[in-house]
Design a protein around this ligand. Structure first.
Ligand code: HEC
Length: 209
């Protein structure tokens, strides 16, 4: 009978039984808690992100990125002190499409509308008490290049903070495409008016069908 058991099993039989019992620990049914073997990793102490922790490098729960590292996809901004350089050399990489404008509208209504208002008149819901920002329909901003506006969103301007941390560069460019649409809407040419009227009529016809 002994010869019937394959050699490795008989040789390691004891450890097989041991391993099987060990693995079955996790299968204790019902409401009984399984025996935990070395539970250190499972029950690590939870540190609150804002809490002071003397043993950590920056003495707080929330870890800071190591010095000298940058986030994935980070692009340095070389025009921090040079708005004219930004105005001259930065070019909007996004096409003038409905998709881009709609993405810009969404981001504008998330980040900018509170101060600048739905039409860019500087009459957002936080104004006042927040000081009234200038309108986007001034001759100055109408004549600014997209790069110059990108500069304001990226580094801020006086009371307006930088939005570089919240808004990715691509989204900033999309916002600028939408800002241009706001400007056009406030200041349409006769051709724009005709095109708008035609579009509205075409839509109405489609609806009536
Ligand atoms: C917290 C309120 C606030 C928010 C949010 C805000 N801005 Fe501003 N913005 C201002 C104020 C105030 C100024 C005027 C700053 C100054 O005095 O130079 C300004 C100025 C500007 C200017 C320059 C206008 C000029 O005539 O000089 C542009 C362009 C601009 N903002 C775009 C944006 C865009 C785009 C967003 C959204 C990404 C945004 N702002 C979000 C408050 C805000």
């Amino acid at each position: 009978m002994k010869n019937w058991i394959p050699a490795p099993v008989s040789r390691y039989g004891a450890s097989f039984v041991g391993m099987t019992l060990f693995m079955l620990q996790g299968c204790v049914g019902g409401n009984k808690t399984a025996w935990e073997y070395m539970p250190d990793m499972a029950n690590s102490p939870a540190i609150k992100s804002q809490k002071m922790v003397a043993s950590l490098p920056h003495h707080r729960g929330m870890l800071m990125p190591p010095d000298g590292t940058v986030p994935r996809g980070y692009e340095p901004y070389p025009y921090k002190e040079d708005p004219e350089g930004a105005a001259k050399f930065l070019i909007n990489p996004l096409p003038k499409t409905e998709e881009v404008v709609l993405a810009g509208e969404k981001a504008y209504n998330t980040y900018c509308i509170v101060c600048h208002g739905a039409k860019g008149l500087g009459d957002g819901p936080v104004v006042p008490p927040f000081p009234k920002p200038p309108s986007f329909h001034s001759e100055k901003v109408q004549n600014w290049t997209d790069g110059r506006i990108f500069h304001v969103i990226t580094v801020g301007q006086n009371l307006m903070p930088s939005y570089a941390a919240q808004i990715e560069p691509q989204t900033r460019w999309a916002i600028i495409r939408y800002l241009r649409v706001l400007q056009l809407a406030q200041n349409p040419s006769p051709e724009d008016r005709d095109a708008y009227r035609e579009m509205k009529e075409a839509r109405k016809k489609k609806k009536d069908k």
